[in-house]
Ligand binder design. Structure first.
Ligand code: MSP
Length: 631
């Protein structure tokens, strides 16, 4: 049997996990569980993307060195996925030694193939998107078309990958393999992007350090790999590429799950890199849409980011999983609303699924002493069973195309057959009429329909499915899948067990109190103690020099009137010539915990103000005594 390899993007460690990350991870987890249930050997990969300028800057702004910082945030991702019982087989970090070796081997192989050459890159770079842009792509000549932030003009020596040489091969691939990129609409966008012409891609950087060094055989140690080359290679380094290849039989990936914002990297650059490496291409690259909040993009500054842990704690992890996969068609954007989530819990889960189980247990206790026997089901209700078997057989195609909402809709059609059969055939009337065998067959019909549905619900709601299966007296595993779904058989005789209500009703009134949206117009005040806890002092700059290899940092020596001047590493290089700073007075946050920045101790922070015109130092209007407090 063919193996399955399923991946999520590896998450940047400049941000803590939010609903967008949880969404991709939960879809991938459900898909991995789906294939395991069907009996495939499955490898599910997730992890964190830890190199690059964005991460370096995030670390510096928090006064940490990048590795320390990456360790902390990577652990947060991992522990959330563990809490969420995400069934990953391997959690990769791009700072892992194995991964570094894999990335270096990929670079070397592409170089030997003749696909890499050395040149000079001159153009615009968006640090937030870690993307190079041409003048034509920019808005107003400098603004990033993807995130709206100002780009930086970069001019540096760089190695290039001959992406242009792969344009026709890529177009052929899109043409020959219909579902290589899904959904279709997204694939068409990719095709028209490639048809516009591909330029060679700069794949190394020299202006900062925080990345994987080129293979030492090149003797070119000032270059680090471009973070997207580094990141994409994770999909093969995780299987041992360049080190121990014992898991490499999982390649090619069955599904790379990605958000629509990073589809281009996965459907253009990645297959081109793979062609250069002579490796088979992924089977499907599947792009999902974005979650918004009340129609707006989520962002920290708006305070409207949905924290997945909070939602899971308030509403139940599995209800949240169901909601994410049921609410939005794959590929489209979706708006996160607690009202919609509550409606799904109360209606789909509570009324249709939970109540069905209660009714089955109730009827079986009343008429059959909790005994379940499928013996007469086909005699009286063959049509219902046949219809359900057919629906469930076909529903699986939706899951394989990642149309999770349609998959769940189909499953619910079977629950509807069960609920409607009870209403239509009224077992209580059958009993009154003395047709006990028909009544018992009806109970068994409902139990069988619920059992079959539950098997296929298990990848999405694993714990809930187990509870239902326990109540119905069977176990969910590949054998149960084969028997109830593939062979279309019925449950064996068993004893039903009452269970606690699975989906207690959620009162709508609770809604906004659970996950409040921050009121943008409401100011949050601090009291004066917080301000006085910051020691902000006047200091005089007595030495200033550029930090080599950094386009941001200056190393300053600032006299605060203390026994010895402070060494402060400050990100103002792009705005000030070191010599022009000597003798100037600056404001220093003096009781900030010292930190190592690019291996150098920094003993305070210089205050600056930044707007769209750039950054300036905040300086006293008249000279002040060194060490004067700011109040
Ligand atoms: N590090 C890169 C991926 C490298 S993969 C070789 C990256 N990381 S990310 O942390 O910024 O984003 C990871 C995923 O989260 C992307 O697929 C992105 O689409 C997804 N989401 C981020 N915000 C999102 C929403 N609001 N909604 C849905 N998904 C979104 O990109």
């Amino acid at each position: 049997m063919d193996k399955k390899y399923i991946t999520t993007p590896i998450y940047y460690v400049n941000d803590v996990p939010h609903i967008g990350h949880a969404y991709t991870t939960i879809i991938a987890d459900s898909l991995a569980r789906f294939y395991r249930l069907k009996g495939y050997e499955t490898f599910f990969l997730t992890g964190t993307d830890e190199h690059g300028q964005k991460i370096e800057q995030a670390a510096i702004s928090r006064g940490k060195n990048p590795k320390e910082y990456a360790d902390t945030v990577s652990a947060k991702f991992r522990s959330l996925w563990d809490e969420f019982e995400i069934s990953y087989d391997y959690f990769i970090r791009t700072t892992d030694e194995n991964h570094k070796k894999g990335a270096q081997k990929a670079f070397e192989t592409m170089l030997q193939k003749g696909d890499i050459y050395k040149g000079e890159y001159e153009g615009h770079y968006c640090v937030s998107c870690e993307t190079f842009f041409t003048d034509m792509q920019l808005i107003n000549g400098e603004v990033c078309p993807d995130c709206g932030r100002t780009t930086t003009l970069v001019k540096e020596e760089s190695y290039f990958f001959r992406l242009s040489a792969y344009q026709d091969k890529l177009l052929k691939w899109y043409q020959n393999v219909d579902d290589c990129v899904i959904p279709k609409a997204k694939k068409n966008e990719v095709i028209s992007f490639v048809k516009q012409g591909l330029r060679d891609l700069s794949i190394t950087r020299t202006s900062f350090d925080w990345g994987i060094k080129l293979p030492s055989s090149l003797g070119d140690s000032k270059h680090v790999l471009y973070v997207w080359l580094d990141a994409l290679v994770n999909y093969i380094s995780a299987l041992g590429y360049g080190t121990d290849e014992k898991n490499f039989s999982y390649w090619p990936a069955s599904f790379h799950l990605v958000g629509k914002d990073i589809l281009r990297f996965h459907s253009v650059y990645w297959p081109a890199f793979l062609m250069s490496l002579n490796l088979p291409l992924p089977k499907h690259i599947a792009a999902h849409g974005w979650w918004t909040r009340n129609g707006e993009k989520m962002s920290k500054s708006k305070g409207n980011v949905v924290n997945p842990r909070e939602v899971a704690e308030a509403y139940g992890l599995e209800n949240f999983r169901y909601f994410l996969l049921r609410e939005v068609p794959f590929g489209q954007d979706g708006d996160f609303s607690q009202k919609a989530l509550i409606d799904r819990i109360n209606s789909d889960l509570g009324n249709e699924l939970g109540n069905l189980l209660n009714r089955i247990i109730g009827m079986s206790s009343k008429y059959a002493d909790f005994k379940l026997d499928s013996i007469d089901v086909l005699k009286y209700y063959k049509k219902e069973i046949d219809t359900a078997d057919m629906i469930l057989e076909e529903a699986q195609n939706y899951m394989e195309e990642l149309c999770t909402n349609k998959y769940l809709e189909e499953l619910w059609k079977v629950l509807t057959i069960a609920n409607q059969s009870i209403a239509l055939y009224e077992p209580w009337s059958r009993i009154k009429e003395g047709k006990k065998d028909e009544a018992l067959a009806l109970v068994a019909l409902s139990a069988n329909l619920l059992a079959k549905t539950t098997v296929l619900l298990s990848p999405i709601m694993p714990q809930t499915a187990n509870k239902i299966a326990n109540a119905l007296g069977f176990q969910i595993d590949t054998n149960a899948y084969n028997k109830l779904i593939i062979e279309k058989k019925l449950l064996d005789k068993s004893i039903l067990t009452p269970t606690e209500p699975l989906f207690p009703k959620v009162e709508k009134e609770l809604m906004e109190s659970v996950i409040p949206t921050k009121d943008q117009n409401k100011k949050e005040f601090i009291n004066i103690d917080k301000f006085f806890a910051c020691e902000i002092k006047i200091g005089t700059v007595i030495k200033a020099e550029a930090v080599e290899k950094s386009d941001k940092l200056l190393k300053l020596s600032v006299d605060l009137g203390e026994a010895k001047p402070r060494q402060i590493i400050s990100g103002i290089k792009a705005y000030y010539e070191p010599a022009a700073l000597i003798g100037t007075q600056v404001c220093v946050l003096a009781n900030l915990k010292p930190a190592k920045i690019m291996g150098m101790e920094s003993e305070g922070m210089i205050l600056t103000a930044e707007d769209k015109n750039g950054l300036s130092l905040i300086r006293p209007e008249n000279a002040k005594i060194k060490g004067a407090f700011i109040k």
